[in-house]
Each structure stands twice: as structure tokens, then as C-alpha cells.
Design a protein around this ligand. Sequence first.
Ligand SMILES: C[S@@+](CC[C@H](N)C(=O)[O-])C[C@H]1O[C@@H](n2cnc3c(N)ncnc32)[C@H](O)[C@@H]1O
Length: 227
Amino acid sequence: MAPSPLTASPHLQAHLKALHSQSSVQESGLDWASLPKQCTDAFDDIMRDKFIALDQDKCELIYHVLRSINAKTVVEAGTSFGVSTIYLALAVAQNVARDSQSQAQQGRVIATEKEPSKASIARENWERAGDEIQGVIDLRVGDLRETLEKDLGTVDFLLLDIWTPLALPAVKLVKPYLRPGAVIMADNTLKADVGYEDLLDYLDAPDSGFRRVTLPYTGGLDMIIYQ
Ligand SMILES: C[S@@+](CC[C@H](N)C(=O)[O-])C[C@H]1O[C@@H](n2cnc3c(N)ncnc32)[C@H](O)[C@@H]1O
């Protein structure tokens, strides 16, 4: 078997494995077809104690992309219990450390979560993750349509792991801060293609400044480049 794609301590690897496993068990008990519409109170009530973590293979790919593009400022739309955030923070911290001799800027992962109870569990999960990811996460609790309105800096990467009606608003808020060559990854673009229709139409407009490819991960994972 190939070694783990992550440069991470055995402790952190074990922590991530346990979090993904808890998320999978929880999600296997969910019947998506019978859930209320996204972004309604009824939907949020059901999701308040759920991880809905990004799949491990997708997290690992994203970690690789971040190391490859040397991302130092990352925005995450949808943090939940902070599983994917650990990968983002690990990559950013390692990118900063790699450039430390050239007085690089500080790294930052701007994480967003609407539910305060989920945000506090995310903080506990990051604390347990240990030193490798400390000092880079800027968690903004509240509706991302407000919390992403300011203080983003130049953004290298945006993760869209959010209820689909919020994906386009997130892209519009972050777009003015994207550097040329910045990457956006959007989860479940095949499985949730109807929900993503407005986002995909926006990205595919000839003058949008974006180009995308759908990667064959479960449910579809779009990799979008800002030209
Ligand atoms: C799919 S989950 C994110 C999973 C996370 N990326 C991970 O891998 O662990 C989406 C999260 O977005 C949060 N959310 C929903 N509406 C939001 C909003 N308007 N602003 C910020 N977060 C929101 C939900 O509470 C939920 O926890």
C-alpha cells in the first residue's frame, strides 16, 4: 500500500481517521432523498449534530493541491466540526514553514460555520489535532454571507463544502480577492447538479474568468481555476 499522502504525525493521522469514521457512520444513517430543503430551519435542525465531513480521499487531494500551489490564504465555505479544515490548516502551516527563510507572510485558513455549537466542536477537534495545525485558523462564526464580507486578503484557494444555495454567494464574495491561478474546489457537483445550477452557469459564462473540470470522485468534485 502507498504511504499516506499527508506529511503528518501518527497522532494526527489517527485523529483524522477517527473523525472520518465517525462522520461516515453518521452519514450512512441519513436518507438524503427524504430530507427537508437545504437552507431551511428544518434542514438545519437535522444537520446541527452531523459532521457531513468531506470524504477522506477528497481531503487528501485538496491537501496536495494546496501544497502544490503554495497556498497561504485559504477560505473554507462550510466548516462543520472542522475535519476538512485540519487538512487545509496542515497544508498552509507547512507552506509557511517551507518559506520561512524568505520572510513569508503568515498563513491563514478562514473557516466559516453558522452554528455556534458546531463551531465549538470544531475548536475541540483542532485542539486535539495538536501543534501541527495551530495558529493558522481564523474561525468566523455566523452566516458566511456576512462573515466573508471583509478582511480576506489575497486568497489562493476556496473550498466550497456548503449547502448548494450558498455556493454562488460565497464565490461572489471571495472572487474580488482571488489571485490569478487561485483554485476553487466544489464538492458533489454531479450528485447535486440541480442545486449547483446557478453556480455552474455563472462559472461557465464565457467572461466569468473561471475554467473548471469535474474530477471523478464520489458525487463529483469540481476543480475550478481563476484565470
Ligand atoms: C457539508 S458541511 C461542512 C463539512 C466540513 N467542510 C468538513 O469536511 O468537515 C456544511 C456546513 O456549512 C454550515 N453552514 C450552513 N449554512 C451556513 C451559512 N450560511 N454560513 C456558514 N456556514 C453555514 C452547516 O452548518 C454545515 O456545518
